[in-house]
Design a protein around this ligand. Structure first.
Ligand SMILES: [Zn+2]
Length: 90
């Protein structure tokens, strides 16, 4: 069966895709076990909205703020606890 689909086949988050899906990323240091949330909008500013945002793409770019290790892992989680946003509609 020929593969003729032009859609992005599975397995690829982009930075904008994560923002649109309201995903939250937490960086986790394998050396000192420090973890902190990652600011996706800042990542988007740096890498662009279409930059690949899988853990294997982003982790090498991260550096632990506490110990300076580059052995970072990423945890992907849906954003929670945001009920009743006063946000604009439209
Ligand atoms: Zn660390």
């Amino acid at each position: 069966m020929p593969q003729s689909s032009s859609q992005k086949a599975g397995g690829g988050w982009t930075v904008q895709g994560l923002i649109d899906a309201r995903m939250e990323l937490h960086a986790h240091c394998h050396d000192c076990h420090h973890s902190e949330p990652l600011d996706l909008e800042r990542v988007r500013d740096r890498l662009g909205p279409d930059a690949p945002a899988m853990a294997s793409d982003l982790a090498p770019k991260l550096r632990c703020q506490r110990c300076g290790s580059s052995k970072a892992g990423l945890i992907y989680a849906p954003r929670t606890g945001a009920k009743g946003w006063p946000g604009r509609s439209g």
